[in-house]
Design a protein around this ligand. Structure first.
Ligand code: AMP
Ligand code: ZN
Length: 458
């Protein structure tokens, strides 16, 4: 059912006022998977930004060895209200506009600015998890009489480096005028649920060049970790981000010497350094058939790496720690070289000549060995000029700061979300996908469009 809220005088005032404002302030909520995260972000007129608040609670799924939807849901329900309550104390002080001052709440947030709008993750993700955030966001938007922005989680991962550049520029006191990187750029989105190589051409135009056919790279690394890690290491893990534990296990030194050389072929078996052990990891396209592996430039396949590790560990359950470390490193190497192979094929395309930046985002992007493997392979194939941008780990894993930034970019482009908006389990960022990409779904309206149906607005 559509909520028919007439465009009130207050909201017209608010929209006009916002377009003249010197800053934009949003409170953002992310609950697409197992992290409940809230952020308050302010963008200044020089394109720098200040993160006034950023916090998250991750549900404890260790009993299940992976994310269980009900455990995640309960954790969101338990934590979201409390996180928002704490966040309100960090809203910036409003020195100028008494009319926008929050009232009530025992006076604790009095004198602080009201956000200009609420941003929330609308998809893709687990529906039950998403709805906790969406319902909370709608409630805040209605109570404060401010617009709602329901944004795409994968778009947010792709835009994260632009958030980071804005935050850095506020800290450096520099005078940047544009978020960095500018479009177009290549985005490699690598997380527990996604493996995508994307040509990011503009704010809402992200063409997917390669996608996974079976499982996400984060998922296969987590599976390898469960097979390779000694029981004591698995039991000591503080959460189910086993990929992070596997990296520390494989490279225990704080500044490891990776001693890595790019392979001459991406279809040869991947062996331990110096061929020290008799096992090997089967690469993703060992027998690609006619056309070679280039015929599958749009495809990532990860199950063969997981199966290789399982087979090896089943044959050698008593494997010594040193050999487990070598296997952990080799499995990651195979997974990351598969990513490199698709990036190189993409860069070889004639429509990629203007690309000079590769953004790597999502939880797996916090892996330092991934950085070394990609850099070495790019350099070896004549792409030393491609700059690689990895956001800091706290912005690589799921977080509300990237959602807030995406909300701000979408808000500036005039986009708003109607209060009737539903969550999406699947929501491709590719305009040519069946959903029509970021703007292809219902619920959007644009305040710059004179034809727009304003009945959704507050
Ligand atoms: P996300 O889905 O973006 O929250 O990312 C979570 C995924 O990233 C999980 O599969 C983690 O195991 C993986 N991950 C996080 N840190 C690392 C790391 N340092 N190395 C490899 N994978 C990681
Ligand atoms: Zn994510």
């Amino acid at each position: 059912m559509r909520v028919l809220a007439p465009l009130t005088r207050l909201s017209r005032f608010h929209i006009t006022k916002c377009s003249q404002r010197r800053t934009l302030l949003t409170l953002a909520i992310e609950t697409s998977c197992d992290d409940t995260s809230v952020a308050i972000l302010e963008k200044h007129n020089d394109n720098s930004a200040t993160l006034h608040f950023h916090s998250k609670v991750t549900s404890d799924n260790r009993l299940y060895g992976g994310v269980h939807p009900l455990v995640a849901l309960e954790s969101h329900q338990k934590n979201i209200a409390g996180l928002v309550k704490v966040a309100l104390q960090s809203l910036p002080i409003d020195e100028r506009e008494q009319g926008k001052t929050l009232v009530g709440n025992n006076g604790r947030v009095e004198g602080r600015k009201r956000p200009d709008f609420i941003t929330v993750t609308r998809g893709p993700g687990m529906l039950s998890s998403l709805y906790t955030g969406i319902t909370t966001a709608k409630g805040l938007a209605v109570a404060w009489e401010i617009p709602l922005l329901g944004v795409n989680h994968m778009q947010a991962h792709a835009l994260t480096p632009r958030l980071v550049s804005a935050l850095e520029s506020a800290r450096d006191d520099s005078t940047i005028t544009k978020p960095d990187p500018e479009f177009p750029f290549l985005s490699l989105l690598v997380s527990g649920g996604h493996t995508m190589l994307v040509h990011s051409r503009s704010l809402c135009d992200h063409k997917i060049l390669a996608n996974t056919l079976d499982m996400a790279v984060g998922d296969v690394i987590d599976k390898c970790a469960r097979d390779i890690l000694p029981t004591s290491e698995l039991e000591a893990a503080s959460d189910v981000m086993y990929g992070r534990v596997l990296e520390t296990f494989a490279f225990p030194d704080s500044e490891p010497d990776y001693n890595y050389s790019p392979p001459s072929s991406f279809i040869a078996p991947v062996r331990a350094l110096q061929d020290k052990y008799d096992w090997f990891i089967t690469p993703s396209f060992q027998n690609p058939g006619p056309g070679g592996y280039a015929a599958y430039a749009d495809t990532f396949i990860y199950s063969s790496i997981g199966s290789s590790v399982k087979r090896i560990m089943n044959q050698r359950p008593e494997m010594e720690v040193a050999e487990r470390r070598a296997l952990a490193r080799t499995a990651m190497q195979a997974a990351f070289e598969h990513l490199a192979s698709r990036i190189l094929l993409a860069l070889n395309r004639s429509d990629m000549k203007s690309i000079n930046t590769l953004v790597v985002s999502g939880g797996v992007a916090s892996n330092q060995f991934l950085k070394a493997v990609l850099r070495s392979n790019l350099d070896a194939k004549g792409y030393s000029h491609i700059r690689m941008v990895f956001p800091p780990p706290k912005f690589c894993t799921d977080n509300a700061a990237m959602i807030a930034w995406t909300g701000i970019e979408m808000f500036e482009a005039g986009w708003r979300t109607g209060l009737e908006a539903l969550a999406f389990r699947k929501w491709s960022i590719d305009p040519e996908s069946k959903e029509g990409g970021i703007l292809g779904v219902d619920g959007w309206f644009n305040v710059n469009d004179p034809e727009a149906d304003s009945s959704h607005e507050l």
